[in-house]
Design a binder for this molecule. Structure first.
Ligand code: WT7
Length: 651
């Protein structure tokens, strides 16, 4: 390990009033591990409960009987916690700042009083459409306030929302509607982004052709663009909100009732519906939002993620609103109309905490610091990153040009499955090291296991796979409709532990360094993609006989998608066909799944039993074929020479 890795970055001055001080961290962390019951009994009280809980933790990681329950006899409502309970003290405070794609269009400031009215009205619209407690509602909306209203409206009546990222294709949307058994989809006419418009409603129309004809479609007329309309199925939700009552009594929910399902990619098969429940998830999102960003009353908080990902769920909507914060929702992209947009928005709305992904930082870094220097960023106090390991160059650029050396950077490691931050520095308490997620959050017990033997590595200066030894309140509870798959995916390989799928190193100071996925999941610009998903999209093309997909290092995206494609007999390879396959994958899954490189492969390296040797394909894609390792088990070693000779990623 290089000495540079060991250098801690001192906490900038002015953080001696941060929520967590260095001594608090040690004391509270120790307590949270020694006495999780006592620790979380206290922390659960940050929520308002209709019926208080008496039980705190009831969790079992034993394979075959995995069961996770927190605050199980408590009763609450998430929308009450995010909205109603703030009305006595902050009805006129801004809850959501909406910054539209078009920089010349006015921003909107939605107060808690207005948020309450919108959520109640939307909840009544849902009820009028026959949505009941426990029903699933798919939300296919862009980054507009209605997305937050829809989430909270579902929570209010006990319906389970499942957001599908607006960048996903009709096929991906249809799969999620069908897997969740949703009764209703909420979408918008069109979605402006970076000056262009996505035809969301027509995507939804295309998806609904593959769904039960009982599925209703609520449409937010956001841009007013023309769309097709199916009478009896489509509902103008904004018009209807004006007609219904502004009062909708919140449904008392059990702490363990599902709050939402969010689909995420795994190493095998179709995306899984990650299920989060009400009490534990919300308490964990609220607590991490407050501590990790050192959020204080009156701060303006901006998380640049999309609500279609878990980051948007926990740190645009649930965490900030549970804390009565002002949360910013940005409809646009970092590079339009120019590379200064993020900083223009920070300046305009006097943002205090700014949370983004390394891929965005790298893209903006490439445009030069002058875009940052044009704006007044003196309101910024804490910076955050999430989604993938951040390279030290990007970290240093973020620190120097955005934070001006005065803002702590929190590098937050977590997952869709974990609900909230798991390993992260804390602004006033944990000194950062560029590229390390640093130390575990309260109640989180990371362990580094030897990948082969599954034996925990003790002490520091060790490397292996990252597991978590005990439950925390924000943990996912099951895979929607498939508890068996939940147990097999996360608890089978390393018995007694939650397996994260990530590799990691614990350095001499006990700091954690995430080294990336150890399974067949690739991380493209902080978005998770299963190689199996891209492969099955490719082989669904009539001209494709076989495909193997791996990740490779990509300067901007972190990882790129590298596809080896074997064509059907007599089909000639051509650049047109390459384009055709790219478009095909975009329409099957969405733009984020488009392969960056496609190599024509006359054959794939396979063992005699027919198993594709991905290790070799990864090495070739990484342009590191000097160390291919043992190829003696290959059925036809000649295949490898051809792949090397025609490799696409040459440095
Ligand atoms: C995977 C989870 C929940 C955040 C958004 C992504 C990688 C996430 C970090 C980080 C290094 C990170 C991991 C993880 N990851 N944050 N700070 N440092 N790697 O959620 O789509 O569920 O992906 O993202 O590989 O397993 P996700």
């Amino acid at each position: 390990m290089s000495v540079e890795n060991l250098a801690k970055h001192p906490i900038p001055p002015g953080f001696d009033k941060a929520h967590v001080q260095p001594a608090d961290y040690t004391r509270l962390y120790e307590e949270s591990i020694r006495d999780p019951e006592g620790f979380w009994r206290r922390e659960g009280k940050r929520l308002d409960w209709i019926e208080p809980y008496s039980k705190v933790k009831n969790t079992d990681f034993t394979m075959g009987k995995v069961s996770i329950k927190w605050f199980e006899d408590g009763v609450l409502n998430a929308s009450v916690n995010c909205v109603d309970r703030h009305l006595p003290t902050r009805a006129n405070q801004t809850a959501i700042i909406f910054e539209p794609d078009d920089p010349n269009a006015p921003a909107r400031h939605i107060t808690y009083a207005e948020l309450s009215e919108k959520v109640n009205r939307m909840a009544n619209v849902l009820l009028s459409q026959g949505v009941m407690r426990g029903d699933r509602v798919v939300i296919y909306l862009p980054m507009i306030p209605e997305a937050a209203y829809a989430m909270l409206a579902c929570a209010r009546i006990g319906a389970i929302h499942s957001i599908v990222f607006a960048g996903f294709s009709p096929d991906a949307l249809a799969n999620r509607i069908n897997d969740s058994g949703a009764k209703l989809v909420i979408t918008a006419d069109t979605a402006p982004r970076g000056g262009r418009r996505t035809a969301l409603k027509s995507n939804a129309d295309a998806a609904l052709l593959h769904c039960s004809d009982r599925v209703r479609c609520l449409v937010v007329k956001h841009t007013g663009d023309q769309t097709t309309w199916v009478d009896g199925r489509d509902v103008d939700v904004l018009a209807m909100m004006d007609q219904v009552s502004p009062d909708c009594p919140p449904r008392p929910m059990s702490a363990e009732d599902p709050l939402f399902i969010l689909y995420t990619s795994g190493s095998t098969g179709k995306p899984k519906g990650v299920v989060h429940t009400t009490g534990g998830y919300l308490a964990y999102a609220a607590m991490t939002h407050e501590m990790v960003f050192d959020y204080k009353d009156g701060d303006v908080f901006w998380c640049t993620a999309d609500v279609g990902w878990v980051t948007g769920h926990s740190y645009i909507v649930y965490g900030p609103l549970a804390n009565g914060a002002t949360t910013l929702m940005f409809e646009g992209v970092p590079t339009w109309p120019d590379a200064g947009r993020f900083w223009a928005v920070c300046d305009k709305h006097k943002v205090n905490q700014f949370y983004t992904a390394p891929t965005a930082i790298r893209a903006l870094m490439g445009q030069g610091p002058e875009w940052v220097e044009k704006y007044d960023l003196s309101s910024l106090r804490v910076l955050g990153t999430v989604g993938e390991p951040i390279n030290p160059e990007a970290w240093n650029w973020y620190d120097k040009y955005v934070g001006k050396g005065r803002c702590p950077i929190v590098d937050t490691w977590w997952q869709t499955e974990t609900g909230g931050h798991m390993i992260t520095s804390l602004p006033g308490a944990i000194e950062a090291k560029p590229g390390s997620a640093t130390l575990p959050f309260f109640g989180v017990k990371p362990v580094v296991l030897d990948a082969q033997t599954g034996v925990p590595e003790t002490g520091n200066g060790v490397e292996g796979v990252l597991c978590i030894a005990d439950s925390w309140p924000g943990q996912m509870r099951t895979v929607w409709g498939d508890h068996e798959r939940f147990m097999e995916t996360y608890f089978q390989q390393y018995p007694g532990y939650y397996f994260t799928g990530d590799g990691c190193r614990r350095d001499e100071d006990g700091y954690y360094w995430i080294t990336g996925r150890v399974d067949d999941v690739i991380n493209v610009s902080g978005h998770r993609m299963g190689t199996a998903e891209v492969e099955s999209a490719l082989v669904a093309h009539p001209k494709v006989a076989e495909a193997a997909v791996v990740g490779y290092p990509h300067a901007l995206k972190g990882q790129g998608i590298y596809a080896y494609v074997t064509l059907m007999n007599d089909i000639p390879a051509s650049d047109e066909l390459r384009k055709e396959l790219e478009t095909w994958v975009r329409t099957e899954i969405g733009p984020i799944a488009k392969p960056d490189l496609i190599q024509w492969a006359p054959g794939l390296p396979k063992t005699r039993s027919g198993k594709i040797m991905r290790r070799i394909l990864r090495k070739i894609a990484e342009d590191d074929f000097g160390a291919l390792g043992d190829t003696s088990t290959l059925a036809d070693p000649g295949v490898v020479d051809d792949l090397i000779a025609n490799r696409m990623n040459r440095s």
